[in-house]
Write a protein that binds this ligand. Sequence first.
Ligand code: C2E
Ligand code: CA
Ligand code: CA
Length: 708
Amino acid sequence: VKIAAVPVYLTASYDETTLGKNGFLGAVGTDGIIRVTRTERSIYPPPPPTLLKRPDFLTGNGSALLEGEEFFRDKRSRYVGWDIVQGYPLIGLVGLDKQEAMAPYWANRAIDVRYATLATAALAVFTLIAMALSMQLAWRKYKMESAQASYRMATESGNEGFYIAHPIRNANRVIVDFQIVDSNHRGAEMLRERRDELIGKRVSLLYEQAYPERLMAMLYQAMDKGFYEEEIEVPGKSPLNIQWAYIKIVRTDSDLAVTLRDISDTKAHVAELERRGNEDVLTGLPNRHWVTTYLPRAIEHAAQSNTMLALLFIDLDGFKKVNDTAGHAAGDEVLRNAARRIKESVRPHDQVVRLGGDEFLVILEQITHKMDAAHVAERVVHAFQQSFKTSEGVHSVGTSIGISVFPDDGTDAETLLHNGDIAMYSVKTSGKGNYSFYDQKFYDVLHARLQKESELRHAIGHDQFIMYYQPRVDISTGTTSSMEALVRWMHPEKGLLQPLEFIPLAEETGLILGLGELVIDKVCAQIALWAQSGQDLVPVSINVTSRQFNEVDVAKILSAALVRYQIAPKLVEVEITESSMMGDSPEISLALTAIRTMGVKLLVDDFGTGYSSLSQLHRLEFDMLKVDRAFTAELGKTERGNVFFKAIITMAHALGMRVIAEGVENNDQIKILKSLLCDEIQGFYISKPLPPSANQPILPKWFFPTIA
Ligand code: C2E
Ligand code: CA
Ligand code: CA
């Protein structure tokens, strides 16, 4: 049987990734005739062939450097290996371009560790190609050696250790050990050896006392699978002088090429990042993120050892005030000090965490009784009794602590944290500066509150509110000078609710912002309605809280409502409580000035209950002062009560403000107020707050009681 094959077919496997751009494939008959040649670009036949002539020495197998000038049309020198194709009268040739093959060698001066990986891969691939083309050992050995050499040199100045390990087999061809047959200097240095002493050593004897089990296992696996890589923490007994290594083993033919990279620095860096991710920068304490990994383990441990674990959920009292009045730098100082005080109040092995803001957590492990937690909480509360000195002054900051205990109050981290939070919250709402254990009833209270909050939100969205109006009377003329708008909630089930039942909640939750806007709109709509009747109107005063001033543009909302309902600004007044002006917030000052500039009068509400300074009152230019009804109630009872009221009136008048007495409930109070030169009065004795009627409920002058 004769078989005819197109010679070109023999070179179809040319692959640039392995042979390079200028590699060479060829076949020469045993008769000496060149049958086919191939570089990447040119194939023969058709002519001309790349190989100019058949080398004389082309018998059997072997390899040689063929000079370009003499042998190749493109004048490029090549390392060429050849072999007789068994069973055929053909000699196969494979050539690698000298320049290309040696490029890594020359490039090693600008060493790049990545190259080393490529070289390893190329090494493996060359080997495979060579085998595929049934080349024999000489060629492989040559290539191996030159690749090893170039690899070794390439890695020499880098951080990688490089070794060639040769398997040692017993009589049954079973691998029993490996021998180091090559290494670069860095590799030897990593093993605390000199290269010439290292070469020839058996791997099993590398460790002075122990057998390198793990390393041997890796080598076996690489021998088996062809490849192995891992990041390893170097064990103490190892002669390696690095902490962390990245090891990569590639089987090349019968040997193993091992590379070791020192990744200790990278590992240290990662560890540092991890530590930072778990640490609160300000206080140096572990942070919330840390808790998520630590706490579940601590709980598990407590469950196994049958002990209790307690969480102290700590929130600082009055911290916001420090931030607001003394600035963030002072706030930070207080937080750092607070962290230290908490740390000093607990046992050395208890964990103190900053959860964020002014919230801290203490994890008490290995406790046997709930009272242990109570004692620690007491110490923490006590530690905060002394005020904090900062560069910005002295601040008193307390703590409210909620305690939850494993297993009583929860068996997982999330529940325990949540219940600790609830317990803390209950302390906050019942006086602060104390601690409390979690109790189911706290949960019920909180639940009811959340329920109410969602009802209130719904009520604002669906306008379940109505405004009542309470007149204010000029004490000298007996005419109505203004009316105060007071909100009521028409609850679909509970009936009419007074503001005290929902305004505080609205303030805490921020719902006051929406409610406040609604109130402004309703009042202006009502004034517009009354105006339609053509009667003379008195202004209506609207209560606005500090939160509204701080978080929305009250002046803008107000002026928009005035425009919407076509109302003159003089028909509206704004009441702001004395306590909400404390703190000297520039936002509030600006908003108040803007409102006054619009022509809307400003009233200080509940005066006498806050601590506003004279200068504050003066600077902010209020038109009127409403003295809190607690002071009205004192009138006629004690001499001091009268004197106090008198002092307020004198001061207000000196500052150009009119004075209104709130909560007037009897004629005696009116008499005294008149004698003290109070300007206006308001109270149940004059009129209770009333729902709006068709006309503005201005009191007839004659209704006003006689003043002696
Ligand atoms: P306030 O601004 O001091 O309002 C006066 C409160 O005193 C009203 O209670 C009124 O009914 C009550 N009062 C009037 N005269 C007398 C009296 O002779 N004796 C007694 N014992 N009380 C009298 P109300 O309507 O329950 O309002 C309570 C608080 O709710 C108000 O105190 C005000 O701070 C707040 N509030 C009411 N409506 C609004 C509103 O629309 N917006 C805002 N932000 N707060 C409001
Ligand atoms: Ca008021
Ligand atoms: Ca008041």
